[in-house]
Design a binder for this molecule. Structure first.
Ligand SMILES: *[C@@H]1O[C@H](CO)[C@@H](O)[C@H](O)[C@H]1NC(C)=O
Ligand SMILES: *[C@@H]1O[C@H](CO)[C@@H](O)[C@H](O)[C@H]1NC(C)=O
Ligand SMILES: *[C@@H]1O[C@H](CO)[C@@H](O)[C@H](O)[C@H]1NC(C)=O
Ligand SMILES: *[C@@H]1O[C@H](CO)[C@@H](O)[C@H](O)[C@H]1NC(C)=O
Ligand SMILES: *[C@@H]1O[C@H](CO)[C@@H](O)[C@H](O)[C@H]1NC(C)=O
Ligand SMILES: *[C@@H]1O[C@H](CO)[C@@H](O)[C@H](O)[C@H]1NC(C)=O
Ligand SMILES: *[C@@H]1O[C@H](CO)[C@@H](O)[C@H](O)[C@H]1NC(C)=O
Length: 519
């Protein structure tokens, strides 16, 4: 929205409350619930007000005036900052955009652990109690909204990776470190691991992942340090991991071929090896939903790899840890927190004029039915990953304008779409987004690449923790957005495509500015 039209909707009186410019913005936001991000983009030079928290704190002196004016006992900024403290998220006013991470981590762990003597963990497949009806709870959407056989394949991979008795002498293992060559991005590491998972399935070995350099930082505590399990529940059960690392020390296990490691396989086998055939060839009947340069792509080379990588990345990321959940909460709060607070206040004005206390009473439906709903975010949301940087060596680099062109195409068909989650490492792209004031852009607050800095230098400048957490959060938000625009030529977007195609988003389609270099 234009700054001017915003001002028109706000009465002169409101503007008088705050005399300084930031305070006027504060009042504007209070009244209209407009995302502050969009205000920054349209009205203000970004560098002047990077922090919305600071912005509101400028206004604290005026807080009592705001309260009197709106007759509200708990004004917006108080509500917002009470949510900022993660540990107080269980307070009286539930934050719709925040997840109870402790609780979901417990639930995830339960859903990833087999009950004694049971074939499956307590999965509730489709109100059926037969094992055939037990479907993995991490798959969302109908079967028509996912790649063919997704539910079955995910269940089978889980069973493969969680044998009933790992101490059984017949169980074999493939123990693999994550790639750690400096040029390898997170996407390439995951793609490499997908290849190893395929080998493990074909050779009937349990895949056990080992050192993960990107989790080698202080955010990952205890045994999760340097391990995938810092971010997602591990690929196999604790018993199998322990067993694998234990027999790794035995010479006999190597001689008998019970243990293999990454170095037992050529990079060709890992990167372009066979896709498991135990489920037939489901990639041969994928519904075409990818648009490149205005045409739907029905067939391309390596469709089997596309299908498999989607299954593998979905399996590896099936359950987030409490740490990852908190990272997402943090990102959502920074981006949507003000809107959420506004919404909550508005809902309380209308429904509970006699006070908020009644609203706080908890009923069974909240605990047993609504509790599993995903946290709120503004929808419909289009996620856009714009990668330029030093990707040039791998693919044709495309300008932001082309991405926006695709966004406009989607909006033409879905005119209620106006929000974009912009994920990019280029400051230049953030700056250019100001040229599109009829869109609301959201993005993470992170230092971005400027000039011709290489990706490796840039990542090093962020430090390991930020350079892993920031892209990962964007990756997960992109997987859940309603629409996606990206560049299939980058491994990263290729994997986001995979997550979406196994996360109930097939029918949103995928608009790509270019194609995979192997197609
Ligand atoms: C944005 O990041 C900078 C640097 O990390 C930090 O100083 C600032 O407080 C952050 N702003 C917000 C709104 O989180
Ligand atoms: C967050 O909540 C905890 C526990 O309620 C409290 O001890 C802490 O001081 C709070 N932190 C902030 C920044 O409000
Ligand atoms: C599990 O199965 C074994 C063998 O069938 C049986 O001996 C054992 O009692 C069972 N354990 C439980 C907790 O049901
Ligand atoms: C698992 O297999 C080992 C070796 O065959 C056996 O000693 C152990 O009792 C089995 N454990 C269970 C729970 O069946
Ligand atoms: C794997 O490699 C090791 C040496 O690194 C070798 O001793 C072992 O026989 C190999 N295993 C297989 C199954 O090829
Ligand atoms: C896109 O399509 C146009 C015409 O349909 C064609 O001229 C152009 O070469 C295509 N571009 C790419 C990158 O395929
Ligand atoms: C990066 O840009 C600077 C000047 O803008 C130039 O001196 C330098 O050679 C460039 N480096 C690379 C790797 O292109």
């Amino acid at each position: 929205m234009e700054q001017r039209s915003l001002e028109r909707v706000v009465s002169q009186r409101a503007l008088q409350i705050g005399s300084s410019y930031p305070c006027q913005i504060c009042v504007l936001a209070f009244l209209s619930g407009v995302c502050l991000t969009s205000l920054f983009l349209v009205g203000l030079p970004i560098s002047t007000f990077t922090s919305s928290t600071t912005l509101i704190s400028h206004c604290n002196v005026k807080q009592d005036k705001l309260e009197r004016w709106f007759g509200d006992k708990r004004p917006l900024s108080l509500l917002y900052s009470s949510w900022s403290n993660q540990s107080s998220n269980e307070g009286k006013s539930k934050a719709p955009h925040l997840e109870n991470c402790k609780l979901s981590a417990q639930t995830n762990e339960r859903l990833d652990t087999r009950l004694v003597n049971h074939t499956f963990p307590p999965w509730k497949g489709h109100f059926s109690s037969t094992p055939q009806g037990a479907y993995p709870p991490w798959i969302k959407g109908s079967d028509e909204e996912n790649y063919p056989l997704t539910r079955k394949v995910q269940r089978d991979i889980w069973l493969h990776q969680h044998p009933l008795n790992c101490s059984d002498g017949n169980v074999k293992f493939l123990i693999a470190d994550w790639e750690r060559i400096p040029g390898f991005g997170i996407g390439a590491q995951i793609a490499g691991m997908s290849g190893l998972l395929a080998i493990a399935i074909i050779q009937k070995r349990i895949l056990v992942t080992s050192y993960y350099n990107r989790a080698d930082h202080n955010g990952c505590k205890g045994s999760s340090r340097s391990s995938w399990s810092c971010y997602f529940l591990p690929e196999t059960s604790p018993e199998c991991r322990d067993r694998a690392f234990q027999i790794m020390k035995q010479k006999e296990a190597w001689e008998k071929g019970i243990i293999t490691i990454k170095e037992n396989y050529t990079s060709k086998e890992i990167w372009s090896g066979r896709t498991p055939r135990s489920w037939g060839k489901p990639w041969s009947y994928l519904q075409p939903t990818t648009d490149i340069n205005g045409s739907l792509i029905a067939y391309h080379r390596k469709m089997d790899r596309r299908w498999w990588r989607a299954q593998a990345v979905r399996y590896l990321m099936r359950f987030q840890t409490e740490y990852t959940c908190n990272l997402l909460n943090h990102a959502r709060h920074a981006a949507f927190g003000w809107e959420a607070a506004q919404m909550v206040l508005e809902s309380q004005f209308t429904d509970f004029p006699e006070g908020v206390e009644k609203a706080a009473a908890k009923h069974d439906i909240e605990s047993f039915v609504w509790s599993s709903h995903k946290p709120w975010s503004p929808r419909p949301m289009l996620s856009m990953h714009v990668r330029m940087g030093d990707k040039a060596c791998e693919m044709i680099v495309v300008g932001f304008k082309e991405y926006m062109h695709l966004a406009e195409r989607i909006r033409k068909h879905f005119p209620n779409l106006k929000s974009i989650w912009l994920s990019t490492e280029m400051q230049e792209v953030i700056d250019q987004s100001r040229l599109y004031p009829h869109w609301t852009f959201y993005y993470t607050n992170v230092t971005r690449q400027t000039g011709n800095m290489t990706m490796a230098t840039y990542e090093a400048s962020l430090g390991r923790e930020t350079s892993t957490n920031y892209p990962l959060v964007n990756f997960l938000l992109a997987s859940e957005a309603d629409f996606f625009v990206g560049a299939l030529g980058s491994t990263w977007c290729f994997l986001i495509d995979g997550m979406r195609n196994t996360g109930g988003k097939v029918m949103s389609g995928y608009l790509s500015v270019n194609k995979d270099r192997f197609w």
